[in-house]
Ligand binder design. Structure first.
Ligand code: GRG
Length: 319
């Protein structure tokens, strides 16, 4: 498999899904919708929706029921970036190679655009309920009881999976996930972090959304509990490796590569894995976590070629 081509194909697919689910600019709220679209359409690697789609596909998912969640996860991620860049938090002027939303639209509108993306993510994800195949033919005499039973089972299982996915989409970006990690990050900035504090921040601030993406893909495809647990372990490793790599790039990459300011951790007085362990040990840890993720994928039954190549890409990424 050619990773680059497959990744471009998947990014193009999730981009189409995201833009199809974005709202139209209209009426008096047009500016906030403009600001939402300005940031979400600025690019970005689309790691979370691609992971969701790739895991859904890995477990044999073929229906469009995943699409509202694909759009929703990128909306939530984009809201977190808009808010993270605000003057009250990191106060960054560039993101995804463009001026940040608060620079272009002003602080009030950027706060509202973040809030709006978060709300709209749930409005969007809930559209998955409309995509559940309904057993309308249940009254039809020409359909056998066996077929009716099969279809009813599919409908009920799909509904249960969508409910479970909604629950994860509500929980993991919140106080028991991304927000929780961000709160600890904000409160502990400038202090000497213990390993426990650093791990909590990384698991939640960055890891929770990656976990949500992969778990939702698995659950919507009807993966078994044992497989869901394996995917959760893979997601943990990817989330931790992703954040440590982000810290490394903050030290080693250029503004052009990242599309956002470098040395922003130092500017914000942040203690990171890199400031505690140094670049070389951090690179080793990224490799160790990635190898662990690949070992778990190898122990599973499906064809994980793309997922493993994606893990490799994440270690070697330069943006
Ligand atoms: C509610 C005021 C308020 C703030 C919320 C929750 C939050 C702010 C911020 C989330 C924390 C955050 C931005 C974590 C960093 C995770 C991370 C490495 C983001 C960059 O992700 P990439 O590299 O970005 O996937 P692209 O641009 O490629 O999508």
């Amino acid at each position: 498999m050619e990773f680059k081509e497959e990744m471009s194909r998947k990014v193009a697919y999730v981009d189409t899904v995201i833009s199809e689910y974005m709202p139209q600019e209209e009426s008096f709220q047009k500016t906030v919708i403009d600001a939402m679209k300005y940031t979400i359409s600025a690019g970005g690697k689309r790691i979370r929706p691609v992971l969701m789609q790739a895991v859904y596909e890995y477990f044999g998912g073929t229906e469009c029921i995943c699409e509202p969640f694909i759009a929703a996860i990128e909306m939530i991620h984009t809201y977190s970036l808009i808010h993270d860049d605000l003057p009250a938090l990191d106060n960054d002027d560039y993101r995804r190679g463009r001026k940040t939303a608060h620079v272009v639209y002003g602080e009030a509108m950027a706060i509202l655009a973040g809030d709006a993306l978060l709300n709209y993510a749930y409005e969007t994800a809930s559209k998955a309920f409309d995509l559940i195949p309904e057993s309308l033919w249940i009254e039809e005499e020409r359909v056998s009881d066996e077929d009716k039973f099969k279809m009813l089972k599919i409908e009920l299982e799909t509904r249960k999976n969508v409910e479970h996915a909604m629950n994860l989409l509500a929980k993991l970006p919140g106080i028991y996930g991304m927000i929780g990690g961000q709160v600890a990050d904000v409160e502990l900035t400038g202090t000497r972090l213990s390993d426990e504090q650093l791990t909590y921040i990384y698991e939640n601030k960055t890891g929770a959304l990656i976990e949500a993406s992969m778990l939702i893909g698995a659950i919507l495809a009807g993966a078994t509990d044992a497989d869901v647990k394996n995917i959760q372990d893979v997601a943990y490793d990817i989330g931790m490796a992703f954040q440590i790599q982000d810290d490394i790039l903050d030290e080693t990459a250029t503004f052009e590569e990242l599309g956002k300011p470098i040395h922003s951790d130092e500017k914000n007085d942040k203690v990171t894995y890199v400031t505690i362990h140094g670049i070389e040990e951090s690179k080793e840890e990224v490799k160790r976590l990635s190898n662990e993720a690949i070992t778990i994928l190898d122990s599973m039954n499906g064809d994980s070629t793309f997922l493993k190549l994606l893990v490799q890409y994440l270690i070697h990424r330069t943006n």
